[in-house]
Design a protein around this ligand. Structure first.
Ligand code: ADP
Ligand code: ZN
Length: 652
């Protein structure tokens, strides 16, 4: 629902009001709603197209057997000259949506991208496919720039990636005037949003493309787009007439798992990696730099390859770390949130959080870095109430305005609520973004092993009344000590050993009490004090519970699953990857990648290697049938991989 007030434009979503800048253009969206359905769960099953003009290059150049949801419609729409606004989750396959139509339309496809590192990666990957791709940005020396400009003038480039500031120079535009342009793609289009974190002022000037080249199709793409951002993109890029293609937010291949940190989070992390992700790439997020360094060092002592990454490290070290993550197999990065933007590695198999992220937006974005290739991947978290208290304190101590703080507090509450869920996590995560699922997902911890619940009404009443009687200013640990009747000086100093609630909670242990308090906070019965030191106070919501008009069912704290239980349900069954032939092929891929100076996944994805293990191609014709094998890769690598397969079979 849209509401317009005098100076503000608001959108209501799930009972919350989101404010937007007072631009009336945004009303355009209301009049001209997106044409595509918003509620498509994306599934990564490709399906065959009937249109040979776009199907042929899909197979011969990209080596894909079919399209992912929406790709075909988008591509056909662009090939026919239409404009498009594409919102697709990470890993949905956005690049193909402009790369393929650029090849089909002829001329050069101009791709505007704000991330220099990504340009380089994309260009490398395209060249591997035999596509003539180049980039122009500030990292090129003058000679290189001139070479690219000459190639552009000669019509020898299929796809040219440019930084927005370069594109906007009169010199570059004059060069563009002279060549045939297939299309303009504006990647990371949310950078045009003044209210987002990635705002790039040059993006706001990209309307010049429409004014100067009105007949060239434009496609804007992003993974980040709640309705307000979407409206802002359409308005600011003058894409009002563009067709909107909005794929749901669901990342079906990611399994979500969340549990409270009962004090042994790093051991649990190690077990998780060893059992499910041995020799695979992953990212571990921590809140502080100190913890990042500690965890990375500890994982190394446990025999894993883990590298720290945070803003306190110098730029050269950070670059090296990133490069190792991309180039070597099975590297784990332990990082603060400084890591991730601009990392396009498709085969990150897990993202682990050792602390609570500050919002569901952050959580979705960070976990979204797992499994871009569509293969099974896991999002794993351990969190505690002290995370909430710390995040609160950081927020309260910041210089931000009160309205901003209020908003951030709500986001943190929503994050905690998600963690404390006993029902399908995906349903709730998607609902937060305004997306729906017809039924529970079957691929989150709560779906796979529904937690047992217990009636915590009496315990909750005791906890709440203890908060009340101690004056609504103490933190969880103190309150638990009172409930358990601990004999300590602090309690005596406050005379709290005389309270009626002193010692009335001995039927539960510390662990259970912590869970009760956490859930009371998560459900809004208790609020963490604004001073950020963890004092808890009652909210009006707790009244019915105190009066006995409401019951409270809580999840039983699960004991860590035993190994045998786990192995019945492997979370990451990428078939074939345990096979000795897979290891041999991976070794060959590593050697080739090293020779060429590209990351291994640019040569072939794991899924292509796994398909080699499964089908054992003997001839180039059979090799050409593998997913991820187009003409160029067939010619360049087919013989070497066939040879490796033959050698392996001879040793049997
Ligand atoms: P996004 O930019 O949306 O995050 P990408 O364009 O990087 O996603 O694509 C993610 C991965 O999916 C890439 O590794 C790409 O090769 C693969 N991919 C894209 N389209 C298809 C398809 N139709 N079939 C198989 N794999 C695909
Ligand atoms: Zn679920």
């Amino acid at each position: 629902m849209f509401v317009e007030t005098d100076s503000l434009f608001c959108i209501e979503r799930q009972g919350k009001l989101f404010l937007l800048p007072g631009t009336r253009n945004l009303l355009a969206l209301q009049r001209d709603p997106p044409q595509a359905s918003t509620h498509h769960a994306i599934s990564f099953d490709s399906f065959p197209s009937m249109n040979p003009a776009i199907l042929d290059p899909l197979r011969s150049v990209f080596g894909h057997g079919g399209f992912r949801p929406h790709q075909e419609e988008i591509i056909a729409h662009l090939v026919a000259g239409g404009d498009a606004l594409v919102i697709m989750p990470t890993g949905g396959g956005k690049s193909l949506c402009y790369q393929l139509p650029a090849l089909v339309r002829g001329g050069v496809g101009i791709v505007v991208s704000p991330l220099i590192a990504l340009m380089h990666d994309q260009v490398m990957a395209l060249r591997q496919l035999g596509v003539r791709a180049e980039y122009l940005n500030s990292s090129l020396i003058a000679d290189e720039s001139r070479r690219v400009e000459a190639a552009l003038a000669a019509g020898e480039i299929d796809l040219l990636y440019v930084a927005p500031e370069r594109l906007l120079t009169e010199r570059f535009l004059a060069q563009l005037d002279q060549v045939r342009i297939a299309l303009f793609a504006i990647d990371e289009a949310h950078c045009v949003s003044q209210w987002g974190h990635d705002f790039r002022p040059e993006y706001a000037q990209l309307t010049i493309l429409h004014q100067r080249y009105p007949h060239i199709p434009r496609i804007a793409l992003t993974a980040t787009a709640d309705a307000p951002t979407r409206a802002e993109i359409a308005a600011r890029l003058q894409l009002e007439n563009a067709r909107h293609f909005i794929t749901g937010f669901d990342r079906t291949n990611i399994r979500y798992q969340v549990r409270e940190d009962s004090g042994a989070a790093r051991e649990a992390l190690l077990r998780f990696i060893q059992e499910h992700h041995a020799r695979q790439a992953g990212i571990v997020y921590c809140l502080s730099r100190k913890r990042v360094d500690e965890i990375a060092a500890w994982l190394c002592t446990q025999g894993l390859t883990a590298l720290p990454y945070h803003a306190g490290m110098d730029a050269a070290t950070r670059r090296r770390t990133q490069e190792q993550f991309l180039m070597a197999d099975g590297v784990i990065i332990v990082a603060t949130i400084a890591f991730g933007m601009g990392i396009d590695k498709p085969d990150v198999r897990f993202v682990a959080h050792l602390n609570l992220p500050k919002s569901l937006e952050a959580y979705y974005q960070e976990t979204g870095r797992a499994g871009r290739d569509g293969q099974p991947a896991q999002a794993w978290m351990r969190y505690s109430l002290s995370d909430v208290i710390l995040l609160r304190r950081m927020l309260e101590e910041s210089d931000a305005e009160e309205s901003h703080k209020r908003n951030e507090r709500q986001k943190l509450d929503a994050m905690l609520g998600y963690c404390e869920l006993t029902s399908c996590r995906r349903l709730s995560l998607l609902a937060y973004f305004g997306d729906t699922l017809p039924q529970p997902c079957g691929n989150c911890d709560n779906c796979l092993a529904p937690p047992a619940t217990w009636d915590a009404t009496t315990a909750a009443q005791k906890a709440l009344s203890c908060v009340h009687r101690t004056g609504q200013r103490f933190g969880v640990m103190y309150l638990i000590d009172v409930l358990l009747g601990k004999d300590n000086e602090r309690i005596q100093g406050f005379n709290h050993d005389k309270l009626s609630t002193f010692g009335i909670g001995q039927e539960l242990g510390i662990h259970e009490w912590r869970a009760v308090f956490r859930q009371l906070v998560a459900r809004g019965y208790l609020a963490v004090d604004h001073d950020g030191f963890g004092g808890l106070r009652l909210t009006p919501a707790c009244r019915p519970l105190l009066r006995g008009e409401e019951t409270l069912m809580l999840a039983k704290q699960a004991t860590p699953p035993k190994r045998s239980q786990k192995s019945r349900r492997p979370a990451n069954p990428a078939p074939g990857t345990d096979h000795p032939l897979f290891a041999a092929l991976r070794q060959l891929r590593r050697e080739i990648a090293q020779q060429q100076g590209v990351p291994p996944y640019v040569v072939f994805h794991d899924s292509t290697l796994a398909a080699m293990v499964a089908t054992r191609p003997q001839t180039l014709t059979e090799f050409a049938e593998l997913p991820g094998v187009g003409n160029r890769k067939l010619q360049t690598y087919g013989t070497a991989f066939l040879e490796a397969i033959r050698r392996y079979q001879e040793t049997l």
